[in-house]
Design a protein around this ligand. Structure first.
Ligand code: FE2
Length: 394
């Protein structure tokens, strides 16, 4: 793991602010695109989130070629084929994803088909199997959590074989991510909370796991500060434009951090729990975050201690003796989870979800042990140790 060098890469242009959407037609035109296909889901459309985007095109020479709003929560190869067919039917020349993780992944995969031609997505699966750059592709996230707008990965399910197909290539990274607070304004409190805890986990794991580097550290600590300073402001006042924009930026910054330095055991356990109990990813992050930090503390307590400053602020950091800062970081996360539970009923423990049985622990632990993220965790974990963490998180 300890390589004698590191790499940091993010070619995604970030366009962020209260009038960011209005800038999209110009940005498309600079890439030579004139007819983007919008890929989204029914929820985004019925919530009226497309309206300001469509309005941005009214006076522009660039026009929306078509809108595909059929993306389900767990996107499949068929969905991607349908989106690609619509793109071709309307002679589109660019893609705009408007949505959360599933929409963004669908759009990334669609971009493979419309660039490469044909309908066989599987031959491009795996790592670095794309031969050339793809069509102009913009992402407008409608949640502040996944960070997919700045990652090179897409996951799409193959329902026939009941497996998830992963694609990883630098060419999958969007040309631009547009962060506009109008896009997250209607996100309900519990979704705001769980997606923010996904962003928080991306940043914390990016900073505390094995592949951290000075550049990802900078993004990670800044993201943690933004989440901790703005999440409760948004829950107090969901229409707080400033705080919504801060959360959106935090999510993207955390995405840039972890796409360059990977995540760790919280994600291994979270992926496993998500697969076994079908719980949302952000909730899974919230369930494991403090317990995994406690597990890792003996190995990387100093890094966990560093995070007290962005997480709790300068006063608490200064008041806490250096030897107690790691503990205090973890304690602060417990407090945040308690507040989120009080405000949004976001479960803190496996039992509070009401959807997990202790008899599933073996299966969850085994899946977590085989999850790719585990290799970046600073402390190794055996099956027995994973089961102990699950027991604590119960
Ligand atoms: Fe995540």
């Amino acid at each position: 793991m300890a390589k004698p060098y590191y790499e940091f890469f993010c070619p995604v242009k970030i366009i962020a602010g209260h009038a960011a959407l209005e800038h999209i037609p110009f940005e498309l035109a600079t890439l030579g695109a004139k007819r983007p296909l919008i890929i989204t889901d029914k929820g985004v459309r019925t919530n009226g989130l497309l309206a300001p985007i469509e309005a941005a095109f009214i006076t522009a020479e660039v026009e929306i070629g078509a809108i595909f709003d059929e993306v389900p929560p767990d996107s499949s190869l068929d969905t991607v084929r349908l989106a690609a067919a619509l793109y071709r039917e309307h002679q589109c020349d660019a893609l705009i994803a408007v949505g959360g993780g599933s929409v963004i992944d669908t759009a990334k995969a669609t971009n493979i088909l419309v660039t490469e031609g044909g309908d066989d997505l599987l031959k491009y699966s795996g790592a670095h199997n794309l031969p050339k750059p793809l069509k102009p592709f913009f992402v407008i996230p409608t949640t502040s959590g996944t960070g997919s707008e700045v990652t090179m990965v897409a996951v799409v399910s193959d329902p026939e074989k009941s497996v998830k197909i992963a694609f990883a290539s630098y060419y999958l990274m969007p040309h631009a991510a547009i962060l506009d607070p109008r896009m997250t304004m209607t996100l309900p409190p519990h979704l705001t909370a769980m997606t923010a805890m996904d962003a928080m986990t991306h940043a914390i794991e990016a900073y505390t796991c094995m592949a951290a580097n000075p550049l990802s550290d900078a993004y990670a600590t800044a993201a943690i500060k933004k989440v901790s300073q703005n999440l409760f402001k948004v829950l107090d006042n969901p229409k707080d434009h400033e705080a919504r924009l801060e959360l959106a930026q935090a999510s993207t910054m955390a995405g840039i951090a972890f796409s360059n330095s990977m995540v760790g055991l919280v994600h291994s356990l979270g992926h496993a729990l998500g697969a076994v109990a079908h719980l949302p990813h952000g909730l899974c992050m919230n369930l494991f975050l403090p317990y995994v930090l406690e597990y890792n503390q003996e190995i990387n307590g100093q890094k966990i201690a560093d995070l007290l400053l962005p997480l709790a602020g300068s006063e608490i950091y200064a008041q806490t003796p250096a030897s107690e800062r790691a503990e205090k970081t973890i304690d602060t996360l417990y407090k945040i989870r308690n507040q989120l539970y009080a405000r949004t009923k976001l479960p803190r423990t496996l039992s509070e979800t009401g959807k997990v049985q202790e008899t599933q622990f073996d299966e969850i632990a085994e899946k977590a042990l085989n999850d790719g993220s585990i290799i970046y965790n600073p402390k190794e974990a055996s099956l027995e140790q994973l089961k102990k963490i699950l027991q604590k998180a119960w």
